[in-house]
Write a new protein. Structure first.
Length: 208
């Protein structure tokens, strides 16, 4: 799709040069270092097909296999992982954080965000990732899963909130607050390219 950064990456057009190059990919998915990562290892799993959310990919065995392969290298390198998605289903929605193309965040993180998300006045339900599509239908959503050191995504069960109004960078802001980095949480203002480059370098070597 024209002017979509992730579609451009699929086509070999890199806004951030080497940083944007997938460190691992197959015909349907790619793994790239996240821009704005104030944690080294922050990775995005991105479908090459242009779509707004990941909801129809979570039950896809190819997605599960690809994600397991990435988790294998990430966990061996960085330890415990959390996963989340800001599930946008409308073009231009702020829920998408400025990127109208589906992506799943995998973030090295030794702590838990569960207490923080449950303290916020949003309704969360336990939900398997593969059940998100039937639960949300055309609505936007937030999904959070504590991967830990489990390298098997296939039965991922996390926490789902169906949005009534769009929310921008929800999980990113929580992580920044937890790490006392709220002043640099905005990825557009603080791209942390050195962290992204280090992530790309390390995981590219491991996945090659």
């Amino acid at each position: 799709m024209k002017n979509c950064r992730f579609c451009n990456i699929t086509d070999g057009i890199y806004e951030f040069n080497e940083v944007d190059q997938p460190f691992y990919q197959n015909k349907s998915f790619m793994a790239i270092a996240s821009i704005g990562a104030f944690i080294e290892g922050w990775t995005l799993i991105v479908p090459k097909k242009h779509q707004l959310s990941m909801k129809n990919e979570y039950s896809n065995s190819e997605f599960q296999k690809f994600t397991n392969e990435v988790l294998d290298k990430m966990i061996d390198t960085y330890g415990s992982i959390i996963a989340f998605e800001h599930g946008s289903n409308q073009e231009g929605s702020i829920t998408a954080c400025g990127t109208d193309h589906a992506h799943l965040h995998l973030v090295p993180f030794k702590d838990s965000l569960l207490q923080k998300i449950q303290e916020i006045k949003l309704e969360w339900i336990r939900c398997k990732a593969s059940e998100i599509e039937q639960n949300v239908k055309d609505q936007e959503y937030l999904f959070y899963y504590e991967v830990g050191i489990n390298k098997d995504w296939s039965d991922a069960e996390g926490y789902l909130h169906i949005l009534k109004t769009p929310i921008s960078q929800f999980f990113r802001k929580l992580i920044a607050e937890h790490l006392e980095l709220s002043d640099v949480a905005n990825y557009r203002e603080n791209p942390f390219l050195a962290n992204a480059q280090q992530t790309q370098n390390i995981l590219y070597k491991l996945c090659s």
